[in-house]
Ligand binder design. Structure first.
Ligand code: 5GP
Ligand code: ZN
Length: 110
């Protein structure tokens, strides 16, 4: 999988998307259509369709996503004020891009 997947292309550096963070497993970039002052997408480089498709093998990727969230919260200055981490799962859950990603949403006035 990958040829027709937008997030595979972005994570593979095939677009001009700026990364706020890149590790061996994960890239982080701003959502193109933000719904809050801070709206990031944390995306594994490996193509996984959704939470439904996770396997034990993906454990390191999942930890990498959460550690990236912890560090990005500090970098974006929302660690103390708070934020939401959201996975939309399949169409009924609002998922539009079928490559696993976690939304980080925050930065509202508190
Ligand atoms: P989903 O609804 O699948 O959980 O979230 C997909 C998100 O990807 C949406 O919030 C949408 O705004 C964002 N998105 C879609 N296309 C692009 C793109 O080309 N670049 C970036 N940075 N974000 C995108
Ligand atoms: Zn993909």
């Amino acid at each position: 999988m990958g040829d027709d997947c937008l997030f595979c292309k972005i994570a593979g550096g095939e677009t001009d998307t700026d990364f706020l963070m890149e590790t061996d497993d994960v890239v982080v970039f701003r959502d193109i259509n933000p719904i809050a002052p801070v709206h990031l997408l944390l995306v594994p480089k490996r193509h996984i369709r959704s939470v439904n498709d996770l396997t034990e093998e993906d454990s390191p990727v999942l930890s990498a996503l959460l550690f990236a969230a912890r560090d990005m919260a500090v970098q974006m200055g929302v660690d103390a004020t708070g934020y939401k981490l959201i996975f939309n799962v399949e169409k009924g859950g609002g998922q539009e891009i079928f490559h696993l990603h976690m939304h980080m949403i925050g930065g509202w006035e508190s």
